[in-house]
Design a protein around this ligand. Structure first.
Ligand SMILES: O=C(O)C1=C[C@@H](OP(=O)(O)O)[C@@H](O)[C@H](O)C1
Ligand SMILES: C=C(OP(=O)(O)O)C(=O)O
Length: 453
């Protein structure tokens, strides 16, 4: 497949060319043959940042083993430290960094929180700040200031929290914590992000009356991420129920300290597994959990739709690309986080694809529907934006500059396409540090494992 559709590689994947230049541009390495590699990945962003929040709100210390060390998790650590938790590195430093010991402390507030580019920080920490004794001002990178926050601000206000946003309904804003939140019933529209639900549920056991939250919007994206929140709460002894579809109830009560192993990030596995699909090679990801709430688990069903063979043996997931890549019709409402990597596969497929249910990813790190269509079309592709998705009609692609839009998954999506499209240069590859600072190293190591035929 690789040879039949695309020209031979032009340059050496092992050379210095695969470091970014001084402007942060990175020539995406081309796979000279089907990839063949075993890849280990750092911890899950979503699990790490949930466990950090819960550990900071708990009644006793927690140990997070193999947490993600990345910009998003660092922003979370610094936010919780600023609010009063003590977080120290401990234990042997593994391949991807030390464990974290989190000791809860009095939530003092009177501080500022830099959310960076992290949706989990801007949506999970304000309810914690509402429990603090003083004001907390939240801001973010200018690239992230426009991400939706109105639902969080309105729902905290509905629960009795004083917030000053100067009428913007977005960052920056100040949460005037008083040390207590009454809680109770609240109805919110979480159609632009599931993180509004998760953020309120994570802190709700510390509200005086807990929370009963009902989602009222037309659609609710990323449900597996809410299930992850519910599971993380339950594992810490919090009583949380879902009495009806779209309603969750968290009882007031203590949050238990807990030692927890953070699973590898299965969404960050997507580009590596996609590399097997688009080159007709084989990639094994280690440490794949037997059971997980991560949405990346859906790759086991999704990648075979693109002609791949997927085998889970023990804790190793092996994906082998097929001889052809059929186009697909997918509803990714639940798994929008996987859409960029799957769009790369679809752009390199043998027939058209339609991906729907992902209107909300216009509110991710960038408008991902516009960004994916723009960048693929610049290379000669034919991607049409739909109201809630993309129509992808594969075309022969040529190299060019691939913009990242401060979006780690845009950067890694470019890398997938660059495996088979020579001359693709990714702007601001460093933005991958949001969730995977080792991306270029792991990617080139994956390619160095290539079995040349
Ligand atoms: O709760 C979480 O950890 C996340 C929820 C999802 O957000 P949306 O519901 O905004 O898609 C997902 O896309 C994001 O990467 C992480
Ligand atoms: C949408 C994402 O991130 P965030 O947690 O910043 O929303 C993502 O990682 O794909």
């Amino acid at each position: 497949m690789l040879e039949s559709k695309y020209s031979a590689p032009e340059f050496d994947i092992y050379g210095d060319r695969h470091q970014p230049d001084d402007d942060g541009n990175w020539p995406a390495p081309v796979a000279s043959a089907p990839v063949g590699a075993i890849v280990s990945l750092p911890g899950s962003k979503s699990l790490t940042n949930r466990e950090l929040v819960l550990a900071a709100l708990a009644e006793s210390p927690s140990l997070l083993r193999s947490p993600l060390h990345s910009r998003d998790s660092q922003n979370m650590v610094e936010a919780l430290r600023a609010l009063g938790a003590t977080i120290t590195e401990t234990g042997a430093t593994g391949n991807f960094g030390a464990d974290w010991l989190v000791t809860p402390g009095e939530l003092t507030g009177s501080t500022t929180v830099d959310c960076g580019l992290a949706g989990t920080v801007m949506r999970f920490v304000p309810p914690v700040a509402a429990l603090a004794l003083g004001p907390t001002t939240f801001d973010a990178d200018s690239a992230a200031r426009g991400r939706p926050m109105g639902t969080m601000i309105a729902s905290l206000r509905a629960l009795g929290v004083d917030i000053n946003d100067d009428g913007r309904a977005s960052l920056p804003f100040t949460v005037h914590g008083t040390g207590r939140v009454g809680g109770g019933e609240v109805t919110i529209d979480a159609s632009s992000s599931s993180q509004f639900v998760s953020g309120l549920l994570l802190a709700a056991a510390r509200f005086e009356n807990g929370v009963t939250l009902t989602h009222s919007g037309a659609r609710l994206p990323s449900l597996p991420h809410i299930d992850m929140t519910v599971a993380a709460l339950s594992a810490r002894g919090v009583r949380v129920t879902s009495p009806a579809v779209g309603t969750w109830s968290v009882e007031a009560g203590p949050i238990a300290g807990r030692d927890v192993d953070i699973e590898p990030d299965l969404s960050n596995a997507a580009p590596f597994l996609a590399a097997a699909v688009v080159t007709g090679g084989t990639v094994t990801v280690t440490g794949w959990p037997a059971e997980t709430t991560q949405v990346g688990a859906e790759l086991l069903e999704l990648l075979p739709r693109f002609g791949a063979t997927v085998i889970l043996e023990g804790n190793r997931l092996t994906v082998t690309g097929g001889d052809t890549i059929p186009g697909v019709d997918l509803d990714l409402t639940a798994a929008g986080e996987l859409a960029p990597a799957l769009t790369a596969i679809a752009a390199l497929a043998d027939s058209p694809s339609t991906i729907t249910g992902i209107g909300h990813i216009r509110h991710h790190e960038t408008d991902r529907l516009a960004a994916l269509a723009t960048e693929i079309n610049k290379l000669g592709g034919k991607v049409t934006e739909l109201e809630d998705g993309l129509r992808i009609e594969p075309q022969p692609l040529t190299g060019g500059t691939w913009l990242s839009y401060h979006d780690h998954r845009m950067a890694t999506t470019g890398a997938i396409i660059g495996l088979v499209v020579p001359g693709l240069v990714i702007e601001n590859i460093a933005t991958t540090a949001k969730t995977l600072p080792q991306f270029t190293e792991l990617w080139t190591t994956m390619l160095a494992g290539t079995v040349r035929e």
